[in-house]
Design a protein around this ligand. Sequence first.
Ligand SMILES: *Cc1c(COP(=O)(O)O)cnc(C)c1O
Length: 381
Amino acid sequence: MKKRYLLAPGPTPVPESALLAMAAPVIHHRTPQFSEIFKETAELLKYVFQTKQDVLILAASGTGAMEGSITNLFSPGDEVIVVNGGKFGERWAKISEAYGLKVNMITVEWGKAVDPAAVKKILDEKPGIKAVMVQASETSTCAAHPVKELAALTKDRDCLLIVDGITAVGVFDLPMDAWGIDVLVSGSQKAFMLPPGLAFAALSEKAWKFQETAKCPRFYFDFKKERKNLKDNTTAYTPAVSLIIGLGEALKMIKEEGLQNVFARHDRLARSVKAAAKAMNLKLLAPDAPSNAATGVYVPEGVDGGKLVKYLRDEMGVTMAGGQDHLKGKILRIAHLGYVDTFDIIVAIASIEMALTKLGHKAELGKGVAAAQQILLEGYK
Ligand SMILES: *Cc1c(COP(=O)(O)O)cnc(C)c1O
């Protein structure tokens, strides 16, 4: 027997209550029964997004909401700024270019956060810029960008701040309305504790104004149409019925814990992993701007990171993520977002110590675990 643990930055573990709810026989989506669930769920989403605006629910992975944010708000030839500090920043640029937008790329060293001054400089030089696109949490490098500072830059300009919050919403504080974020997107398989398949997007009043004149081609991801349907407690096309029922359960859990407590839990888990990394002499990938969603560490000299990830997964049953592109084989990403608590961290750290030992790296067993435990104790009376 091998018990499996999912500690990757998406998909993340799904709580039992959501699994059970999703296992129920499928109900028809054009019924009062489904509309009632949909209405309640859409309301709870606003709480997690910290907004008064509607949160659109799309049947897609997170990228669908990213694409829709571009096609619904811009026209070919529009000029935008993309903060590219990893694989997901790169994705903003790729989608923008696919629809004929002109991209001003700010390339950020992997593991670092963007300097708001670099964004301000382009905004000042080019008053025609229509948007700044960024990740609140760049999952590929485990770094967080300064969204609040960026929102202060776009607030009084005719320019939108578009934030990929796919590993940030429900992880750390990202108050959409209070900070002036114009578009906030997320996806089901991260902090929302669900299987992949749902994408979310919320738009500010300012963003909805952009929607009125945007000319990019679009069909399935038609935000205006979805917003109209949402008012009638439904979606334009067949919703992912079971996932939305699961979402209702997951959101109730978040509401019950309380958003601030959810953030505090993620913060505690993140700090415990960082303390463990320090005790294990593992260098952090994003020491200056770490995201509370996942912690990236460089694997020790002489250890093949690819082999480590495989050993953890195939031999020990613990799935974590490695690195992409130039970080392939060099890093390990330990996720701590969503349905994750104290003893998931113990599993993560203990398995890393054991796997490294098995792969020939000399390390004292238990040092990382003990360091994590010190922090994790804060979670108990
Ligand atoms: C997971 C993720 C995405 C979306 O990826 P999908 O595979 O389309 O769900 C986008 N941005 C970030 C930061 C992510 O972590």
